[in-house]
Design a binder for this molecule. Structure first.
Ligand SMILES: Nc1ncnc2c1ncn2[C@@H]1O[C@H](COP(=O)(O)OP(=O)(O)OP(=O)(O)O)[C@@H](O)[C@H]1O
Ligand SMILES: O=P(O)(O)OC[C@H]1O[C@H](OP(=O)(O)OP(=O)(O)O)[C@H](O)[C@@H]1O
Ligand SMILES: [Mg+2]
Length: 282
């Protein structure tokens, strides 16, 4: 059987998190940052560690079957690859920014020079809005280009906003794109072995966002309790040895789990336990 060929970021913001999610999904990952490829025959996959910016290209061409990259990089590449799912890490916003107090509106960009590492995204965004500006590609440290007189405004990845602040810049206009790490395949293609890979990764994402909740409750209040913890399919309800009591087990979203415990306690639940889930198949 042929191996599923997967592209993984070799450097940058997405690299560590991408390897982590693959490892949690049960795949082997390199332990030397200089390693270029890794074959995991047991799991039927082969990993290629590549620049995140190049990954959509390889996948779009069909050279590699699956890739992990940023949504912004995928969009910027114009490659014939499509997002299968967001992976919840490497979250950022792609924004226009300029010197403090200079720009308030996107229309002011007309006739200006804009520096960015994401020329594809910026050009199509401006074109859609009929704004005519000069877009210049820089490799990085885009924030400094205004001070150096190369550009009037920039478009760049903003995470905490710290870099912009340091450069005396501020964002303006609507957010161009909300980005995160994404799983991609060639447009319209479902490579052999992809379903299993996808299910494993999905299992990790669910395990990260859900926890298992167990509690005991008087049987006459089970209906109310189950309304609070409906689970994914439906909660498990089992009789306790103690007459008139039941045990309930259900997966609940990690966010808000503490509040849920308070509410369950209020309606009479006791022995409420929260447990991490490490992996699952739904
Ligand atoms: N704080 C951040 N800075 C840069 N990119 C980020 C950040 N957070 C998430 N990302 C995402 O990482 C991807 C860019 O990865 P890439 O490796 O090209 O650049 P990088 O993380 O800036 O690394 P470097 O510039 O050090 O090579 C994009 O999808 C971007 O949205
Ligand atoms: O909002 P913040 O939390 O400050 O993060 C955003 C900054 O991080 C990235 O730069 P990076 O460090 O990758 O350098 P680069 O510009 O050379 O890519 C990005 O290009 C922004 O400059
Ligand atoms: Mg960078």
């Amino acid at each position: 059987m042929s191996l599923l060929r997967i592209a993984v970021p070799n450097k940058g913001s997405l690299s560590q998190s991408a390897s982590d999610i693959l490892r949690e999904s049960g795949y082997r990952q390199r332990d030397d940052a200089k390693q270029l490829t890794l074959t995991d025959t047991e799991n039927g996959v082969e990993f290629f560690y590549l620049r995140p910016r190049d990954i959509a290209l390889y996948v779009g061409e069909g050279t590699l079957d699956v890739g992990i990259t940023g949504r912004d990089l995928l969009k910027d590449s114009g490659a014939k690859a499509e997002e299968v799912m967001g992976l919840g890490f490497g979250r950022s916003r792609f924004r226009f920014a300029g010197p403090r107090g200079v720009f308030t509106d996107l229309t002011q960009l007309a006739g200006q020079r804009i520096a960015t590492s994401y020329v594809g995204i910026v050009r199509s965004f401006l074109e859609e809005r009929g704004i005519d500006a000069t877009v210049t590609r820089l490799d990085g440290a885009v924030e400094t280009s205004i001070q150096l007189g190369v550009a009037d405004a920039i478009a760049d990845v903003v995470e905490t906003g710290g870099t912009l602040r340091q450069a005396g810049l501020e964002v303006f206009g609507e957010t161009i794109l909300e980005s995160e790490g994404v799983l991609i395949t060639r447009s319209g293609a479902v490579p052999d072995g992809f379903e299993v890979f996808k299910r494993r990764v999905e299992g990790v994402l669910v395990a990260r966002s859900y926890v298992m909740m167990d509690y005991d409750i008087p049987t006459d209040r089970v209906t109310d309790a189950v309304r609070l913890t409906p689970g994914i399919e439906s909660p498990t309800v089992a009789p306790l040895h103690r007459e008139g009591w039941s045990a309930v087990r259900a997966m609940v979203p990690r966010d808000g789990a503490q509040r849920l415990m308070d509410e369950l306690f209020d309606i009479g639940a006791r022995g409420i336990l929260l447990t991490d889930i490490h992996a699952c198949r739904l």
